[in-house]
Ligand binder design. Structure first.
Ligand code: PEP
Length: 249
């Protein structure tokens, strides 16, 4: 059975004090759904957030990591470093990393391999640009992003992979894919997985939707059969809003 997951991507927001305050607020919220809850603070706050979230049912995860184990990569963080402070999951391939930090399918394949080698679960993000959707190319773009970065993996590796479909035109714009657009793409992603790895594996992988999910639209999006949760940006920075989304399941 695949899991429901709601993950908050805090991006480059919140210093240590705000991190403490937001985690304290999150811990006061009542959880009424079966979704796994994750938050992704910045690197400098991961250790503190990890300590503060113990026994809260909230998993603290990373926003990114490097593919090398260690060495001369100034400003980067390795899988081993994340593991050494207890982090077990990371986001990879967020569209902002692809757009502003030149991450490519090829470099992401290397990052995914490093995560797998260190037994780190990956929330792998991908999604088309507005121009792709206008040209009707969204399915082929998404298919190639998934195939190029993930289809060298063994079937076993997918127990540590969560997919996050995030149409770039819906991230931080207030514009959301309609529930039907999300469902269509998620069903296509599952079919793509099934063609390569079989139906059982495709049915077991959680596929999250990301792109302006808010308390007022989460329920409808999450009601779709192939949508297993959400990757939440802006709305994850307010405890009440984030838990309204968590509880939309
Ligand atoms: C994101 O950054 O992954 C995201 C979905 O952001 P927002 O919810 O703000 O659109």
């Amino acid at each position: 059975m695949r899991k429901h997951i709601v993950a908050g991507n805090w991006k480059m927001n919140n210093g240590i004090i705000q991190t403490e305050t937001l985690i304290a607020d999150l811990k006061k919220q009542e959880k009424t759904s079966n979704a796994e809850v994750m938050i992704a603070p910045t690197f400098t706050n991961l250790w503190h957030a990890f300590q503060s979230s113990k026994q809260s049912g909230i998993e603290v995860i990373a926003q990114n990591m490097h593919f090398a184990e260690e060495g001369a990569y100034t400003g980067e963080i390795s899988a081993g470093m994340l593991k050494s402070i207890g982090i077990q999951t990371t986001i990879l391939g967020h569209s902002e990393r692809r757009a502003y930090f030149n991450e490519t399918d090829e470099s992401l394949a290397k990052k995914v391999d490093a995560a797998m080698a260190n037994d780190i679960r990956v929330i792998f993000c991908f999604g088309e640009e507005l121009s792709d959707r206008k040209a009707g190319n969204e399915a082929s773009v998404v298919e190639s992003q998934i195939k190029n970065a993930l289809f060298h993996l063994s079937a076993d590796a997918f127990t540590n992979i969560v997919l996050a479909y995030e149409p770039v035109w819906a991230i931080g714009t207030g514009e959301t894919a309609t529930p039907e657009q999300a469902q269509d793409m998620h069903a296509f992603i599952r079919k793509t997985l099934a063609e390569k790895y079989g139906n059982d594996l495709a049915d077991s992988v959680s596929i999250l939707y990301g792109g302006s999910v808010k308390p007022n639209n989460a329920k409808e999006i999450f009601s779709k059969p192939d949508v297993d949760g959400g990757l939440i940006g802006g709305a994850s920075l307010k405890a009440e809003d984030f838990f309204a989304i968590v509880n939309a399941f």
